[in-house]
Design a binder for this molecule. Sequence first.
Ligand code: EPU
Length: 437
Amino acid sequence: MRKRDLQLEKFVISGGTPLRGEVTISGAKNAALAIIPACILSQDICILENLPTSLSDVNYMIQTLDYIGAKVRLIDKTTVEIDSRHVNSYVISHNMTKHLRASYYFIGALLGRFGRAKVAMPGGCYLGPRPIDQHIKGFETLGAKIELEDNAIVDATSDGLIGSPIYLDMASVGATVNIMLAAVKAEGQTIIENAAKEPHIVDLANFLNSMGADIRGAGTDVIKIRGVENMHGCTYAVIPDQIEAGTYMVAAAATKGDVLIKNVIPKHLESISSKLIECGAEIEEFDEEIRVSMNRRPGKCNIKTAPHPGFPTDMQPQIAVLLSLAEGTSIISEGIWSNRFRYTEQLSRMGADINVDGQLAMIHGVEKLKGAPVKADDLRAGAAMIIAALAAEGTTEIEDILHIDRGYEYVVEKITGLGGKITRAYAPEPFAVENAG
Ligand code: EPU
């Protein structure tokens, strides 16, 4: 069998067909990435449902569990059993962590389990500098001693973590997750002030509480964690992916289509819905579905990305495609990452008219985008290229799609199901989840 060469794969997309029909959203990647390492906090068995098991990021986290001695079994396409009874190592090498940012959640989880963690610094999308000072501050406040070996390995030791108040300088998603993971079994109460409020923070807290943790306030600025001695296994369904849903919403609008998006929590999509409505889309909300249709050229609108419940930075490149096709000039202000406009260069190759100045992008809408060879600079940039290609005239080839496979499951199948014309230059072989145990 030919070996899959991720570097060589590309998407070929013929644009100009409105997306129509139904699509089902997968479990949330960023919730899954926090919940998978959290499983090791119990010496027991957890069953995770609605898990996006074919995402490469999820696979790397599962392989890391295997590496430290957990047993992982794929029950079906979206359900995994994680047996953490025999986790026997607190050391994780660069080979395991280099693939993705979230591998650093093993620092918090291992500290929680063993009071000890030695984990290589993480990889991940380049969106500007990604310091982890708030994570380190959190661990130190809980009483851990942190050393950074050769600037490459975080070595955390403790004689037992002690709950404490921790104020975050910014509402960091990663630091909030990592501190929660470390604090659930600490002695006494931890209070995280200026905590992140994203849906996946709430999902992690709900999961940890299902394992016996005592966490209150997740989803607000202040999270209170009363340490417990023991945690146990549980069965838990991961929430639907807010950003995957938002991506299909924008794709529906940008192609002037009509799509029913299933398995969503409409409340999580409000900031995206309200901007789409401002641009002229029609949105119908149901209990677990949302329908997006657009029958005219989009109108302009201004967007500022901000922590939840603000407009998500992870939807910024996708909505920029819609605004590239809008009547009039729109301004996007990026409030989280210092380098999240790299994709605009690729979009310009397709005919978009965008000027970037630091954290601001001024988008002068054009009537049409045209197919061109482009690349996915990172995960959400890649999603934007797909939307642009679907809306454009002609054929677009997107390279570096390994970034897209990190966060969008079955993207070819889902888009094809909506009538979009997309193929992968090489057929993927399934990732080896079933061998991970
Ligand atoms: N920051 C610091 N110090 C820290 C931590 C963060 O200065 O110790 C800064 C960052 O540099 C950034 C801001 O604070 O400017 C916010 O960073 P945050 O920690 O919230 O981001 P993250 O945890 O690294 C997660 C998501 C990202 C998403 C951001 C913002 C995961 C695995 N990743 O990253 O998702 O963009 O929150 O919502 O949850 C994606 O899925 O495509 C993605 C990049």
